[in-house]
Design a protein around this ligand. Structure first.
Ligand code: NI
Ligand code: MN
Length: 226
């Protein structure tokens, strides 16, 4: 399994059977290493409704004829706009041709068009993907929560965790999350895209190392193989 960081919380996951993109936000992302128009995928997964996680979902879905896998409300929202979708919700898993996807809880919010008339799009989620004998967890946007220890029972090969603070866990809580998740390796996400979530990822590496956790910082466009 090959994981490529596409900045913010967006990752390309290449399994032996399919190419997946998680939380596509390339258009308007100052750090994005690729253009949405150049992405070729078989599936799109969205953790929650915010535009910095779904901004390119509809466009990529239609161009690639790729289903959007997301919570029920997001699936209905994009389904009504002509996308193929597969709706799920926390605690639910489904076997797809490439592997198994399970939705987890996350502590955050989930909407689009924030302002006078926000559209609320269900509950925010995290994602567990099992494929090619590997188990990976994308935490979405979330606060630290103790139930992460349940996710940690899965012997995670990789955890993608937000560290940017303000909207999500900051470095201190993300390091504490690793005590619960105990992944073989963690990759930080949701930081440095804008000044309000600017942090030094090396401080996360150091905080995690103090409790014997391995962190790999990926620059936008960089990959790791599991
Ligand atoms: Ni969010
Ligand atoms: Mn976000």
């Amino acid at each position: 399994m090959k994981i490529t960081y596409l900045a913010h919380s967006c990752f390309l996951v290449e399994t032996s059977k399919a190419r997946l993109i998680i939380d596509p936000f390339l258009t308007g992302n100052p750090l994005a290493p690729v253009k949405a128009a150049d992405v070729k995928v078989d599936y799109i997964l969205c953790s929650h409704g915010h535009e910095d996680h779904t901004g390119d979902a509809l466009g990529i879905s239609k161009r690639c004829d790729a289903p959007i896998i997301a919570n029920y409300e997001i699936a209905e929202y994009f389904g009504a706009q002509g996308a193929k979708t597969h709706g799920m919700n926390p605690g639910g898993a489904h076997q797809f041709p490439f592997g198994r996807v399970k939705f987890t809880i996350a502590h955050h919010s989930s909407s689009v068009n924030a302002g006078l008339n926000p559209v609320y799009l269900g509950n925010p989620c995290g994602l567990i993907i099992q494929a090619d004998g590997k188990t990976i967890y994308h935490a979405g946007d979330t606060a630290l929560f103790l139930d992460m220890q349940l996710i940690g029972r899965l012997s995670l090969d990789l955890a993608m965790v937000p560290i940017g603070d303000n909207f999500t866990m900051g470095i201190e809580d993300a390091a504490a999350a690793l005590d619960l998740l105990r992944p073989k390796v963690a990759v930080p996400m949701h930081y440095n895209t804008w000044p309000v979530i600017a942090v030094d990822a090396e401080l996360f590496v150091e905080a995690a190392a103090r409790t014997d956790h391995t962190v790999q910082v990926l620059k936008p466009g960089e990959s790791l193989n599991l």
